[in-house]
Design a protein around this ligand. Structure first.
Ligand code: S3P
Length: 454
């Protein structure tokens, strides 16, 4: 592994030993965002153990700090601890600067719901990718609930929210999106009458679980409807332990699935069923997959084991999609090793993620020799096909940078990855773990790049 200027040259792993790895991954991104953002509605001291310290979650931290929450970081026994001290919802302050959400859609979308209840003007912006992502899906319902909002072209950041006078009401989500749902839940908690949200399909329910734990009245979904009552007191300060991120564990699971006989176990992972669709798809493709839940509250947590076996193509569509939306590109990579056709449908949301993940995944895999076709709402992969070497681009998208690195490990030739530093958005230690696994498989130190690169 070597690289300069955010270009990494990765050589295929020279396999001497089958992969048999046991590891942990950094804290869950969705839960870390929520812990940080929800702390703003508490009064007092909260503690978040094992939080994900990454570019995305630091954006949420910047937002709550701009609102008057104090943050203090520590490391205890190798574990990252974040202490948050909040003045109470009625004492939050108007940010005196534009808040930069960087690459983080979760910060911007949940953040709009949060600041819709805060008196004063909040202006949120982000990097070039975030400024291209649709925000009308949050702005329209917030306006319907009584907030004053505006955005570039009514759709794009920078967005401005003048908060503090939410009436409440009902809204049917335009897309199955946990980010939009969570924004409206946060607005509902700070509204006069509460809100009712109808979601077309179930999406990750971390906000509902965590807010209930903190004393909020968030009910449902009952027949697809979530009811949120206005807060009558601040949320309770909390002590939360964040489990490993299943979306990060998915990379190592995919690596094991790519080679029959390879096995990976990831410990201490969030196993909420609204997040584990990818592992169910791997099992349907023929991999051996075990999810063992060890604790249930407030979220199921446990161990994931995946072992590679001969794979066959599958259909992925409908209600499965929200539970694997961030892992869909990985399904396409694994499908390159499966016999027959794999089709991902009903996943048009992938076009408005950190990159257009349908176009970018198809482009990346095609460069490496995979027979992949782009569809308006998904991808079709004919396997087995590829993978040879080539030069690919992450398009600044963290998940595509990691996917490219996995492809490089098992490809027949070297893979050059442009934009590999994007991994810092969700998994800053990705390449450290990559080197450890590479060294175990090759029997050598995986040489080339400077320590800690990129
Ligand atoms: C997230 C929800 C998903 C997901 C994103 C994180 C969340 O987005 O893609 O990475 O934490 O709520 P959508 O809700 O827009 O589908």
């Amino acid at each position: 592994m070597s690289g300069h200027d955010d270009v990494l040259h990765l050589t295929p792993w020279e396999v001497r030993h089958p992969l048999a790895a046991r590891l942990r991954v950094p804290g869950d991104k969705s839960l870390t965002h929520r812990a940080i953002l929800f702390s703003a509605l508490t009064r007092g001291h909260s503690r978040v153990e094992g939080w994900l310290d990454a570019a995305d979650t630091r954006a949420s931290l910047r937002l709550v700090q701009a609102l008057g929450v104090e943050a203090d970081e520590a490391t205890e026994g190798g574990c990252r601890i974040l202490r948050l001290t909040a003045p109470g919802p009625d004492r939050l302050q108007e940010p005196d600067q534009v808040v930069d959400c960087a690459n983080s859609g979760t910060t911007m979308r949940l953040g709009m719901g949060l600041v819709a209840g805060v008196r004063g003007l909040t202006v949120l912006t982000g990097d070039a990718s975030l400024r291209r992502r649709p925000m009308g899906r949050v702005l329209r319902p917030l306006a319907a609930l009584g907030a004053r909002v505006c955005a570039r072209g009514g759709e794009w950041a920078p967005v401005a929210v003048e908060g503090g006078r939410l009436a409440g009401g009902r809204w049917t989500l335009e897309v199955a999106s946990a980010q939009v749902k969570s924004a409206l839940i946060l607005a509902g908690l700070q509204s006069r009458d509460g809100v009712e949200i109808r979601e077309p399909e179930p999406t990750r329910d971390h906000s509902e679980r965590l807010l209930r734990m903190l004393g909020a009245q968030v009910q449902g979904p009952d027949n697809g409807v979530i009811r949120v009552a206005p807060l009558t007191a601040p949320l309770a300060p909390f002590d939360l332990r964040v489990p490993g991120d299943p979306s990060s564990a998915a990379f190592w699971a995919a690596l094991a699935a790519l080679v029959p006989g390879w096995a990976v176990t990831v410990e201490g992972v969030l196993l909420n069923p609204t997040r584990t669709g990818f592992f169910r798809v791997l099992a349907r493709m023929g991999a051996r997959v075990e999810l063992e839940v060890e604790a249930e509250q407030p979220e199921p947590v446990g161990r994931i084991t995946v072992e590679g076996r001969p794979l066959q193509g599958v259909e992925v569509a409908g209600q499965d999609i929200p539970s694997l939306i961030d892992e869909a590109p990985l399904i396409a990579l694994v499908a390159s090793r499966a016999a027959g056709r794999t089709r991902i449908r009903g996943a048009e949301e992938l076009r408005v993620k950190e990159s257009d993940r349908i176009a970018a995944t198809a482009g990346l895999l095609r460069t490496l020799g995979v027979a992949v076709e782009e569809r308006p709402d998904g991808l079709v992969v004919e396997g087995p096909s590829g993978l040879h070497g080539g030069t690919v681009d992450s398009h600044g998208d963290h998940r595509l940078a990691m996917l490219a690195a996995l492809a490089a490990a098992v490809a027949r030739g070297p893979v050059t990855v442009r934009g590999a530093r994007a991994v810092s958005v969700s998994y800053p230690s990705f390449f450290r773990d990559y080197r450890v696994l590479a060294a175990a498989v090759t029997g050598n130190r995986y040489e080339g790049g400077p320590e800690g690169s990129p």
